[in-house]
Design a protein around this ligand. Structure first.
Ligand SMILES: [Zn+2]
Length: 118
């Protein structure tokens, strides 16, 4: 099955949704973007989180070379809200997937228990 579907068409064609998930709102500290530059292979990547200090150089693995620790690490708070604001441009779902991205066929899409009939 070809899954290269532009994001703006992904929801109506695949039923993909962005429901609030992950940590509970009581654990959320805001919206943070961590920018890492790997000193081993040079990869630059951004990692989004609802926790201010969850992702650090010593517990983050480079998605390119697999090493951890040797990063230049930047962080910016995008939102200080401890709840998901559907109208905010700073929520993580606004940034991922990147605008214009295509859904890739290796995606593992979990069916909800209700939809799966279990
Ligand atoms: Zn690396």
């Amino acid at each position: 099955m070809k899954a290269d579907i532009p994001h703006d068409e992904a929801e109506p064609k695949t039923g993909l949704k962005n429901p609030p998930a992950g940590i509970s709102e009581s654990q959320r500290e805001g919206v943070f973007v961590n920018g890492f530059i790997c000193q081993n292979c040079g990869l630059h990547f951004n990692l989004f989180s609802w926790k201010a200090n969850r992702h650090r150089a010593d517990n983050t693995y480079c998605p390119e070379c697999g090493r951890r620790g040797a990063f230049i690490h930047y962080r910016k708070m995008l939102s200080d809200k401890t709840y998901r604001d559907e109208n905010s441009q700073d929520e993580i779902f606004r940034h991922v997937p990147w605008p214009g991205s295509q859904l890739i066929g290796d995606s593992v899409i979990m069916a909800s228990p209700r939809k799966a009939g279990r």
